[in-house]
Design a protein around this ligand. Structure first.
Ligand code: 9MR
Length: 860
């Protein structure tokens, strides 16, 4: 059970340009004023979202009103604010503002319509005096500025400027007027494909939204525009998740590898995509790179991420940061000690570090490795595979990345000698929300530890126990240390079994409160049992033993029982796992049955059919369940289901976007993130390749979503907008699910049996900082090439310095070589030899795949 209580202030109490107030200004006589409500949740019937509070204020809904505790002693009204952003205003239009207000002690307040970002222009400011008796205030004003829906318009109350602490309560806040109608839902282009690519031997399906009730002809074309396959769509009727009439296109029988394919139905052409065993192979590296980007307490270096994403270390005590080296508890806790909690990953678009969420993410990276290692497939995550500082330390890189978080989790444990020794603090984050953009090193907020919680303590126990067994071959000291911490944490949780995180502790960071910890107890016991063989009775005695945690909703930070089950299935111990296996398979079957009825199949179902915060993370995790079902049985149907989950995430969805940044023809760009804030500041980057958007959320829990998407069907409740944090944020736990699934997908992608028309032989000689490579490319087809383009990708930090016998270009890791005048034509059976010199960091791994003119070649 998750309690949603999460807000953020997007407005620092910065200098507001004070423009003459215009209370009571007459309505413009000429323009018609329609009854369009501009305020979202003005009666607070839906809780406090999307209202935010800033410095010196904290708000909560009590008795149907929104009551804001205001700290006294501020100089100006705008030193204590609460409001909402994205409010639309139109220049020349008149608006009627009304609200109810009262205060414990009489004080002046202001109601201000204006701009949410610098220069904070004002449209109208109304000053009133509020008293202990509730009053209703009504004013009209004319807008002098234009702000579109979900733009930078703002409505705010100013509560500051007096010496004393006070509580001000408001209700029924309304701004009505203007001619801008509420936004309708723009339907996305109707032909939706996996924009990255399909894998030979696996079903290849697309979705087409149309009013037609009869089959329609489709055509598959190669990159030259030549028709290579045709067929008829299959009408599936009305699809509840998209509220569309959907047809399915199945082109599974076409298996020739290549890039630049498109599907066509009538005049509608799809995004281009590949058919290739390597189409999604490198997604595992990009999705894992996300974790290096999110590292706290260390500079993010250009040599690993490129200049665009490099940044200074965050929270290392360099002004304006306060540093994570000496963090006290929240003032109300009086814990009497500070902790050094440097390191770890920032959770998401904010700068909080949360044990429950960081814990499951580290677990999932470690589990991805543990599963692959069990079947001898771990080399793809080995040393030298990721662009991280630890890439040549002899330890698998995915374990190095997870350790960055595990070390942080260990540091969150309450020290010996303290009353709750052995427990873990639930989280550490800013005292107040910061605005966007704010890079980690620019965050000036005080950092605070929240109280220890049973859930965090069990997360620590589970992940540390898992780390202990995985690190045993590489670092005996760390393995022993993590096990000792895990045992101590588990004992502390047993002694304090119901210390729940405060659901209202959601200012400056997310609450991550969880009212049920039976699942965390089960998970921790399972990890300790898998590592030590002890704790058996705790596993078998749990109400969840026997696979009770699997269901079609899925697992996440608040529902962790399935993590214990996965470990029991994977790690051989003397405990029957038949019931766990049966439960996993029946859940996988239930996913497949649901997906068969969907227009855009995704393995995920809630009780009411809605999609919730982080739905993409749940889709990916349920893809993990399907992948495991395939591992356990070898049945193709489960493999197909796991690939279909990836199809959904990469573009076969009713918003026609790839939810993975940098992947696909139309990928997400403007995720909610304080660094990747290009939408707000063009000098900052968009999301880096491999970052997964949270995905559709039909509860519309942020102002942008509430304004732009009213009435949306579940799978369409999404928009690529940086302020839409309830559906377009990124987090470590969603990306860990993507990393697990994309590693599995890469592992299960097998080259086409259809013969290809080219062959490439590749040899390289390397030294520490450089290399020379030679390629021989042969036309094995039956017709001559009149021009050619060879493409491949590096997996590490190689940079081509000089190449020969072709025109060479490199973009990030992608390399392209095009014919020069004297080797343009290559007859059937003929070869061309070419090569390059490159600088490099870390180990060089030969490129996995080569393409000539978009077609995947055989490796010679
Ligand atoms: O992922 C979390 C989701 O399950 C909750 O419903 C939501 C509201 O409590 O919070 C999400 O977590 C956010 C966290 O509170 C703060 N950092 C960003 C997280 C992702 O949006």
């Amino acid at each position: 059970m998750v309690i949603k209580n999460w807000r953020r202030a997007l407005l620092p109490a910065a200098v507001l340009a004070l423009v003459a107030a215009a209370p009571g200004a007459p309505a413009a006589a000429s323009a018609p004023a329609a009854e369009y409500e501009r305020i979202v949740n003005g009666d607070f019937s839906a809780g406090s979202d999307p209202w935010w509070t800033g410095a010196n204020t904290s708000g909560s809904v009590t008795g149907g009103e929104y009551c804001v505790a205001v700290t006294g002693g501020t100089a100006n009204g705008y030193d204590a604010l609460s409001g909402q952003n994205g409010v639309p205003y139109e220049a020349g239009q008149s608006y009627t503002l009304s609200f109810d207000a009262r205060a414990t002690v009489e004080q002046p307040i202001s109601a201000v319509a204006g701009e949410a970002v610098a220069p904070y222009r004002q449209i109208a400011r109304t000053d009133v005096t509020v008293t202990p008796v509730k009053q209703t205030f009504t004013f009209t004003f004319e807008s002098t500025l234009d702000f579109p829906t979900a733009g930078n318009g703002q409505f705010a109350f100013w509560f500051g400027g007096q010496s004393f602490d006070n509580t001000v309560c408001v209700d029924n806040v309304s701004v009505v007027g203007g001619v801008l109608p509420p936004p309708g839902l723009e339907p996305a282009p109707p032909l939706r494909v996996n924009q990255v690519g399909y894998v030979p031997g696996v079903p290849k399906q697309a979705s087409f939204a149309t009013d037609s009730t009869t089959p329609l002809p489709w055509t598959l074309r190669d990159s030259a525009g030549t028709s290579v396959a045709t067929g008829q769509t299959v009408p599936k009727g009305h699809d509840a998740a998209s509220d569309e009439n959907v047809h399915t296109i199945d082109f599974s029988s076409y298996d020739r590898e290549g890039s630049g394919y498109t599907l066509t139905v009538g005049d509608v052409v799809s995004h281009p995509f590949d058919i290739s065993a390597t189409a999604m192979s490198d997604l595992r590296y990009d999705s894992l790179a996300f974790f290096y980007h999110q590292r706290s307490g260390t500079p993010i270096e250009a040599q690993y991420v490129g200049e665009e994403y490099a940044r200074p270390a965050g929270h290392v005590n360099v002004a304006p940061n306060r540093g994570d080296d000496d963090v006290p508890c929240r003032a109300d806790l009086n814990c009497g000690y500070t902790l050094d909690v440097r390191g770890g990953w920032y959770d998401a678009g904010d700068h909080g570090k949360y044990v429950v969420n960081g814990g499951i993410s580290a677990w999932q990276l470690q589990n991805s490795y543990e599963r692959a290692a069990l079947i001898g497939d771990e080399a793809a995550m080995g040393d030298g595979t990721l662009a991280i500082p630890e890439q040549s330390n002899g330890v698998p890189d995915v374990l190095d990345e997870a350790r960055w978080e595990v070390e942080f989790l260990l540091s969150m444990q309450v020290p010996d000698g303290q009353p709750l020794a052995g427990m873990a603090h639930h989280k550490i984050h800013d005292e107040q929300w910061t605005g966007l953009p704010t890079l980690p090193h620019e965050d000036a907020q005080p950092r605070r530890l929240s109280a220890p919680s049973t859930a965090a303590t069990l997360n620590l126990a589970a992940v540390a126990a898992q780390a202990s067994r995985l690190w045993a071959p590489y670092d005996a000291e760390f393995s022993a240390r993590t096990l000792a911490v895990a045992k101590k944490a588990y004992a502390a949780a047993k002694a304090n079994p119901s210390r729940l995180a405060d659901p209202n502790d959601g200012t400056g960071g997310g609450a991550y409160s969880d009212s049920t910890v039976t699942d965390e107890f089960y998970w921790a016991a399972a990890e300790l049992f898998a590592t030590t063989g002890e704790y058996r009775a705790d596993v078998t005695g749990s109400a969840l033993y026997g696979g009770k945690s699997f269901n079609v909703h899925g697992f996440d930070w608040a529902a962790t029982g399935a993590l214990g089950d996965v470990t029991l299935l994977l790690v051989p111990r003397d405990l029957p796992a038949d019931a766990v296996r049966a439960a996993l398979l029946s859940t996988a079957d239930a996913h497949l049955a649901n997906m068969a009825g969907m227009g855009h199949p995704a393995p995920y179902r809630t009780a009411d059919g809605g999609y919730e915060w982080g739905s993409n993370g749940l889709v990916a995790n349920n893809g993990v369940v399907l992948g495991l079902a395939h591992d356990l049985t070898g049945a193709a149907k489960y493999r197909d289901g796991a690939f279909a989950a990836m199809d959904y995430l990469l573009g076969r969805n009713p918003v026609d976007h790839s939810y993975v940044a940098g992947w696909g023809d139309q990928p997400v760009r403007n995720v909610h993130h304080r660094h990747w804030a290009n939408q707000l500041d063009p000098s900052l980057p968009t999301a880096p390749a491999g970052a997964l958007s949270g995905g559709p959320n039909s509860a519309l829990q942020d102002p942008i979503a509430a304004r732009l998407l009213p009435g949306c069907a579940p799978q369409r409740c999404w928009v690529d907008h940086i302020e839409a944090y309830s559906l377009n944020e990124v987090t470590v736990n969603w990306n860990s699910a993507l990393a697990w699934l994309s590693n599995w997908v890469a592992e299960h992608s097998v080259p086409s049996a259809v013969p290809s028309g080219c062959k490439v032989a590749y040899t390289a000689s390397t030294w520490q900082t450089g290399m020379t490579a030679q390629l021989t490319m042969t036309n094995t087809g039956t017709s001559a090439w009149d021009a050619w383009r060879l493409e491949f990708a590096f997996s590490g930090g190689e940079r081509i310095q000089h190449g020969w016998s072709a025109t060479w270009t490199q973009t990030d890791r992608a390399v392209r070589a095009e014919n020069v005048a004297w080797n343009t034509r290559v007859a059937p059976g003929a070869s061309v030899t070419l090569g390059f010199n490159a600088s490099k960091t870390g180990t060089h791994t030969p490129p996995a795949a080569f393409k000539v003119n978009g077609q995947v070649c055989t490796n010679a």
